[in-house]
Every structure is written in C-alpha cells, then in structure tokens.
Design a protein around this ligand. Structure first.
Ligand SMILES: *[C@@H]1O[C@H](CO)[C@@H](O)[C@H](O)[C@H]1NC(C)=O
Ligand SMILES: *[C@@H]1O[C@H](CO)[C@@H](O)[C@H](O)[C@H]1NC(C)=O
Length: 196
C-alpha cells in the first residue's frame, strides 16, 4: 500500500543506522511540553494518557520513567490513529524547521515495531505486550505498565545532529468513515544531542 512506503521512506530519517553515535538528553524533566503552535481542537498529552501512576525521575544525568499510564483519549478502539512528527532545530534562540518529518498513517500497526525510534526507549519497556498490544492508544481505559524507561538514550543515526532539537508530535484519530475525531493530541519533546 502506498502509505506503508511513505512510512518507510520517511522513517529512514529517524531510524537507527550506522554512521554517527549520539547521546540524546531530554531538555525538560517532564519530557512532554505543550505545543507552542496552537491549533483548533488541540489538547495536551494528558488528554491522551493519565500519568498519575507514572513517575519521571532524574538519576544522575538520566531521565528515567516507570509505572503505569492509562489511555483517556476519547476515541474508539476501531479508529485509525495517525502520527505526524516534525523536527525543529534551535538556532540562536529560535526554532527553525528542518527537512525531517514523519507521517505514520496507521500508528497502531507500528507502535511495537522494533525498527521504530520510539521502540528503544518506550514501547520496548511495556510489560505484558502480548496482552496490551491490541489496545494500542485508541482504547480508553487500557493501562500500560512500564519497566524502567531510560529517556537518555544512546543511538546511532546517519544524520549530522548538533545541539537542541524538538519534535512536534501530533496524533489524530479517524473513524471508519475517515472523519477526524474532535480531540487532537499535540506535544513537544526537546532533546539535546551530543556526539560521542
Ligand atoms: C500499575 O498497575 C498494576 C496492575 O494494576 C499495579 O499492580 C501496580 O501497583 C501499578 N503501579 C503503580 C505505580 O501504580
Ligand atoms: C541511561 O542510558 C544512558 C546512555 O546509555 C546511560 O549513560 C545511563 O547510565 C542510563 N541511566 C540509567 C539510570 O540506567
């Protein structure tokens, strides 16, 4: 299908490859920030997950997280979830767009895909995957339990990265008639990359 090809082409930008090695350090202890660019019907990450049983902590230089998150997004388990991802670079105090972006038309089909960037520091650490995998992020009430996630991660990329980047992450849900649901989730994650 054409969209899985788009996914592959765009995912190459973010995938692990073999050229440069970096440590990526989250800039905010809270990891997820509110999106600066406001759009209609856009909500913060706590409209996606209830984080009240999830703990984020600094251990030395690392930001780690553990515990449970429960989906609270007002969508249906049969909805298609689309992920849009845009990378910006901090240059002299302002965020400049980069050419790196990603559109995943069916996020649920790749949420636990080992080749995805988020697998390393997030979905890899979800417990009981055989049970929760089918619940994706479109099943209100589903709880994901986490082993310790280390958000300060070492990874390799063919990109030349320098300094501070942010990912603008947008999630939208579509019903079976491809009508968009009224609650869109948007968050920003800022990461400093240091070449090793
Ligand atoms: C996470 O959920 C499990 C299962 O319901 C529970 O046993 C555990 O205590 C919860 N953890 C936290 C940090 O609330
Ligand atoms: C997290 O990962 C980084 C990079 O691999 C490592 O230096 C650090 O010790 C890890 N932190 C914890 C608490 O495991």
């Amino acid at each position: 299908m054409w969209f899985s090809q788009v996914l592959i082409v765009l995912a190459v930008y973010l995938n692990v490859s073999y050229t440069y090695k970096y440590v990526g350090i989250p800039v905010d202890d809270e990891i997820f920030a509110k999106c600066q660019e406001q759009r209609n019907n856009q909500y913060e990450v706590n409209s996606l997950y209830d984080f009240s049983e999830f703990t984020l902590e600094m251990v030395g230089e690392s930001v780690i997280g553990y515990g449970n998150v429960t989906t609270v997004w007002d969508v249906q388990p049969t909805d298609r979830i689309q992920l849009d991802f845009q990378i910006l670079h901090l240059e002299k105090g302002t965020w400049q767009p980069t050419i790196y972006s990603m559109k995943v038309l069916d996020f649920c089909s790749v949420m636990y895909d080992k080749n995805q960037y988020w697998y390393q520091f997030w979905t890899r650490n979800i417990k009981h995957q055989d049970v929760v995998k089918s619940k994706c992020i479109n099943t209100p009430g589903a709880t994901l339990q986490h082993n310790v996630c280390n958000f300060t991660s070492i990874f390799e990329s063919h990109l030349k990265l320098f300094g501070i980047y942010k990912a603008e992450i947008r999630l939208s849900a579509f019903d079976k008639f491809q009508r968009i649901r009224p609650i869109l989730i948007c968050c920003e994650v800022k990461v400093e990359f240091i070449r090793l």
